[in-house]
Design a protein. Structure first.
Ligand SMILES: [Zn+2]
Length: 398
């Protein structure tokens, strides 16, 4: 019996803002197709489970009644509520906006419950990761905050302390907001600097409310940051904090819009580095959270070559059998991508050849071995460590 779960239902692709919107449901279909072709959905690899049903009451654990009612009204009558982000360019109103958004919540809740009940040690909700959704507003393509609701659910079921790791190129502002004053939920977001990217928040000095100092952590990296430096930041900040915080469960968001080919952001990663970061999270959960790990998807707008490969790597790591980087992409999947887009299809599960970058393992240097104050990424790392490490009894300097 596999000890990993994947939450999947074709209905999850009904979360669809319409033609031309960057968050195309094709990214989920192409991810699922690649996972199938790679054998990652077979019964010996993973338990595939359905999203749980989510009621309006369930949503009130994070969202305001006014907001949930506005989303319902939008679904029933097409009414916009611009004050609440509904009907703005980023978050157009669509037919099933309430039902489809609640189903995404059900996906990540199913993952969280599978892990907390002990049925699965690890679980992945690729359709989840809606980290910008605010208690009373839709924002940045996100309607309901599945991550915050899953963390609340874990807490109500008995998880004392939860670490949330957000690897998306954008700041995980919605999740941070919900737990800003909660010292038992540590939110860590590693993102492109707020001066160059939506939502314009997530500075290292933003560390949580007065009773929860150090429970919000922000690493703001310069546009253009590549594999080795990004991984250096992840390890230098996330690893010591997770160890010091000693959570009961780790929840992570694997938005892959940090990729060099993503059309919306300025970070410059490969899927190789994104895969490496997922391995770091898995190892941290194993060492410091009894293996309990709930992973979710997130942003990612190069939907043909990037999202499917990035998230299949996450799934394989959740399953405890990472896909080797040199694995060829299956011909049937390549044909499926070629049929909807004319860009060259990735021939392997690695980007080293495609991006002209070197192997992450060759370029990575740990922060612990010393840092360079002249380097912008190292300065960002130090700023974050200075802001929060003392609150956790840690030394900001390596
Ligand atoms: Zn994003």
């Amino acid at each position: 019996m596999p000890d990993a779960a994947l939450v999947w239902s074709p209905d999850l692709t009904q979360y669809n803002f319409g033609p031309g919107h960057p968050m195309s449901p094709a990214r989920l279909n192409l991810t699922h197709a690649l996972a199938e072709e790679l054998g990652l959905t077979s019964p010996d690899a993973v338990r595939v489970i359905e999203p749980v049903t989510v009621t309006e009451d369930d949503l009130l654990a994070v969202h305001s009644q006014d907001y949930v009612e506005a989303v319902l009204r939008a679904q029933e009558t097409g009414t916009h509520a611009h004050r609440m982000g509904l009907g703005l360019e980023d978050n157009p109103v669509f037919d099933q906006i309430h039902t489809a958004s609640a189903r995404i919540v059900g996906s990540t809740l199913a993952a969280a419950r599978a892990v907390w009940s002990g049925e699965s040690r690890r679980a992945f909700s690729p359709a989840g990761g809606m980290h910008h959704a605010m208690p009373s507003a839709a924002s940045g393509f996100c309607v309901y905050n599945d991550l915050a609701l899953a963390i609340r659910d874990l807490r109500s079921q008995g998880a004392g302390r939860v670490v949330y790791v957000d690897l998306d190129a954008h700041h995980g502002d919605g999740v941070e907001r919900v737990f800003w004053d909660d010292p038992d939920v540590l939110t860590i977001s590693v993102h492109e600097h707020p001066t160059t990217l939506f939502p314009g928040t997530g500075y290292p000095q933003d560390v949580g409310g007065p009773g929860a100092r150090g429970s919000a952590v922000n690493v703001a990296l310069p546009a253009g940051t590549g594999d080795a430096q990004w991984l250096r930041a992840v390890e230098a900040v996330v690893s010591p904090l997770v160890e010091a915080f000693a959570p009961d469960v780790v929840v992570s968001q694997h938005g892959c819009d940090s990729h060099a080919h993503d059309p919306l952001t300025g970070l410059s990663l490969s899927v190789d580095a994104q895969r490496r970061a997922a391995m770091v999270v898995a190892e941290l959960a194993d060492r410091h959270a009894q293996g309990r790990w709930v992973a979710a998807g997130g942003g990612g707008y190069e939907i043909f070559n990037v999202v499917p490969r990035a998230w299949c790597h996450v799934l394989a790591i959740v399953e405890g059998r990472p896909v080797p980087l040199q694995t060829p992409t299956p011909p049937d999947w390549q044909a499926q991508v070629a049929a909807i887009d004319d860009m060259p299809v990735a021939s392997t599960m690695s980007d080293v050849g495609r991006l002209g970058t070197r192997e992450v393992t060759e370029t990575f240097r740990p922060f612990a071995e010393g840092y360079d104050p002249a380097d912008a990424v190292d300065r960002a790392i130090i700023a974050t460590r200075r802001a929060v490490f003392p609150d956790h009894g840690l030394d900001p300097l390596p």
